[in-house]
Design a protein around this ligand. Structure first.
Ligand code: NAD
Ligand code: ZN
Length: 360
């Protein structure tokens, strides 16, 4: 079993990565100081696939789990659905020691984490992520949130899990589109923090698309380690952690403009990284060869680079509403070369518009 430790100022936890790991959750949880009652939050797609395995494993370890499945999709990251989860938590008699487990993708993780952060002012939270995106990104780092009709992730909390249990085998049932969305975040880690890892991804692009279990497990471990290192240095995103937002400013605008259905998060991020790389080149920070390398890898992973038919003006209006805007200025994460990024406010509207025209 591979383990990655996330060492934060006030709290440390372990990410366990192992094939068949879903059947080890009960055993691992016995080592944590949590009560018997457990609420498993999942969605209607994941529930029939893995909730029984997880539940019976918890029962065998002496726990008393209840399962609540929400509707799949971004629309469940809402205060309305959070309230359904709160109601179930109260009805099942969850107390301060009771754990909430998120069994699902980033939607379930963000929703269940938000509930765990606020129910009884915080109860133990465990992540069992089942999409590649959740395994390499959203389950690690403690960002939890629901959406508001006026914007994504606007209501939330930093709340760290007690443990993350990753079973790469559950990716067998994930469809190709969702797998590729996760690969976009994987490419992000190479682009922002690790040129050697980027080369590994270039060498193993076909193996990744073919879901080679060894390559996938290696990649998950590496991404968790990179994210853990970044989060450990800047838990609350006051500086370094911002680099994880590479590709997300324009990515979020594209997701929003498509009503969160035309492009999923990973696809938005792929287009957003392409745009950020073009901006980097435009302002003279990055040589074309690095932009080309990023484009080539995204293309090989069958990810989109552009959002044809979208309107630059429309996308621009989302950018100014983004959470990353402070005092009216957008914090741009730009690439200086593969493996290195810089944060700057110094990008003119003319540059942004011209790049938005290139990617639409
Ligand atoms: P998702 O949770 O919607 O899952 C994608 C789809 O895959 C869903 O239909 C789900 O039911 C299905 N699914 C999940 N696991 C499966 C499996 N093993 N087999 C078959 N089907 C499965 O989407 P996602 O891409 O995992 O997460 C996206 C969300 O994550 C967004 O809301 C985004 O904002 C959030 N996010 C949060 C962070 C963070 O740091 N908290 C980071 C990145 C993304
Ligand atoms: Zn992301």
């Amino acid at each position: 079993m591979a383990e990655v430790n996330v060492n934060l100022d006030a709290h440390s936890y372990t990410i366990h990565i192992t094939t068949g790991g879903i059947s080890l959750v009960g055993e691992l949880m016995r080592k944590l100081s949590v009560g018997n009652k457990i609420l498993i939050v999942t969605d209607d797609n994941v529930c029939p696939l893995y909730a029984d395995t997880l539940s019976s494993n918890l029962v065998a370890a002496g726990f008393n789990p209840t399962v609540l499945a929400v509707l799949p999709g971004e629309s469940s990251k809402s205060l309305t659905t959070a309230n359904i989860v709160f109601t179930e938590a109260i009805a099942s008699g969850l107390d301060r020691k009771s754990a909430i487990i998120a069994l699902g993708g980033g939607v379930v993780g963000d929703l269940a984490g938000f509930v765990a952060a606020s129910y009884l002012r915080g109860v133990p939270f465990i992540q069992v992520p089942t999409t590649l995106l959740a395994q390499v990104d959203s389950s690690v780092g403690g960002k939890t949130a629901v959406n508001h009709e006026l914007g994504k992730n606007l209501i939330g909390a930093f709340y760290q899990p007690l443990m993350v249990a990753i079973d790469p085998q559950v990716l067998d049932t994930l469809n190709d589109r969702e797998l590729k969305a996760g690969l976009a975040e994987v490419v992000k880690y190479g682009a922002i923090a690790d040129g050697d890892f980027f080369t590994y991804l270039q060498d193993n692009a076909s193996a990744l698309l073919a879901r080679d279990p060894v390559v996938l497990t290696n990649v998950i471990g590496k991404c968790c380690q990179l994210k853990a290192d970044i989060v450990a240095q800047d838990e609350r995103e006051s500086s370094l952690r911002m680099i994880l937002n590479f590709g997300h400013t324009i990515g979020h605008a594209i997701e929003a403009e498509g009503g969160y259905s035309e492009y999923n998060h990973g696809e938005g991020v792929a287009i957003g990284m392409h745009a950020a790389a073009l901006i980097s080149q435009h302002v003279g920070l990055c040589e074309q060869s690095h932009v080309t390398a990023l484009k080539k890898l995204l293309k090989r992973l069958d990810l989109p680079l552009t959002a044809p038919g979208y309107h630059p003006e429309q996308l621009l209006s989302y950018l100014v509403r983004d959470k990353k805007v402070v005092n009216g200025k957008i914090n741009w994460v730009l690439m200086s070369r593969i493996g290195h990024v810089e944060i700057t406010h110094e990008v003119t509207e003319t540059t942004i518009k011209s790049v938005l025209e290139q990617i639409t």
